[in-house]
Write a protein that binds this ligand. Structure first.
Ligand SMILES: [Zn+2]
Length: 228
C-alpha cells in the first residue's frame, strides 16, 4: 500500500495512543518523493537565549514512492515517532540512533511484536517495489575481469561520465572487458546511478538474463553509438 496523509494520521493517532501513552501532539504529515528513504522526522534546532536547544517546524515525512506491505509502513511510522518522542521530551541521545533510541526501539519491538530497525535507508526489496512503478533508461557497464568474475555498474546518461568510467575501468590491468548497454529493465533501478569507479559483482548468468533485451552500445573510447 502507498501511504496517504489521512492513513498516516490515523496510524499516528493509533500508535500515539497504544505506544506513547498519547503524549505526542499531532505534527504536520508531509508526503515526499524520496526514493532512498521511506520516512523521515525533520525539525529545526536552534539555541535559545540561555543556550538551551529549542525545536521548531516538526514534521513527519513519508515517501509516496513505495508500495509497501502495511506492517513495514507501520514500522517506518513508529520509527519516526521515536525520533519525535525523543525531541518532544528533550531527551538526550548520543546520536540520532544512539542508546536511547535503540532502547525505545527494542522495548517497542518486544512489547508490540514489531520489527523496527535503526535504518532509514529503503531496503533493496523496497526499492524493487519502487522500481516496479518507474521504468527508466539506464546505461549499464558490464565488466568482465580476467579472473572470470563479472559485475555491472549503472552509469549516468552523460557522455563524458560514461567515457570516464569506460576508459578508466577498461585500462585496469585486472579487467578483461567492459561492454555498454542501454536498458530500461527495472532490475537495474536498485543500483546507485553514478560514475564512481565501482563494480557490483553479479553472477554472469544473472547479468546475461537481465541484459538480454538491452541495446548494445559500441564505445571506441571517445564516442558511444548504438550497435545495429
Ligand atoms: Zn531514524
Amino acid at each position: 500500500m502507498i501511504a496517504t496523509v489521512s492513513y498516516i494520521e490515523q496510524k499516528f493517532d493509533e500508535f500515539n495512543h497504544l505506544i506513547f501513552d498519547g503524549e505526542l501532539p499531532r505534527i504536520p504529515i508531509v508526503q515526499s518523493k524520496a526514493t532512498r528513504v521511506v520516512g523521515a522526522f525533520t525539525c529545526k534546532v536552534r539555541k535559545n537565549f540561555w543556550g538551551k536547544k529549542e525545536y521548531a517546524d516538526l514534521k513527519l515525512r513519508i515517501s509516496t514512492q513505495f508500495d509497501l506491505p502495511e506492517n513495514e509502513l507501520e514500522d517506518v511510522i513508529i520509527h519516526e515517532m521515536i525520533h519525535y518522542y525523543i525531541v518532544y521530551h528533550k531527551l538526550n541521545d548520543s546520536s540520532s540512533h544512539g542508546p536511547l533510541f535503540k532502547q525505545l526501539m527494542n522495548d517497542i519491538n518486544a512489547k508490540f511484536g514489531r520489527h523496527i530497525t535503526v535504518s532509514h535507508k529503503s531496503t533493496p526489496e523496497q526499492r524493487e517495489q519502487l522500481a516496479a512503478v518507474k521504468k527508466r533508461w539506464h546505461v549499464i557497464a558490464v565488466v568482465t575481469f580476467k579472473d572470470g568474475k563479472t559485475g555491472i555498474k549503472v552509469l549516468p546518461r552523460i557522455l563524458p561520465r560514461i567515457l570516464y568510467y569506460y576508459n578508466t575501468v577498461k585500462s585496469n590491468s585486472g579487467v578483461a572487458n567492459v561492454a555498454l548497454y542501454m536498458s530500461n529493465n527495472i532490475f537495474f533501478n536498485r543500483y546507485p546511478n553514478s560514475s564512481a569507479l565501482k563494480v557490483h559483482y553479479l553472477d554472469k548468468t544473472i547479468i546475461e538474463a537481465q541484459i538480454q533485451d538491452a541495446e548494445k552500445l559500441h564505445c571506441n573510447g571517445v564516442a558511444v553509438i548504438k550497435e545495429k
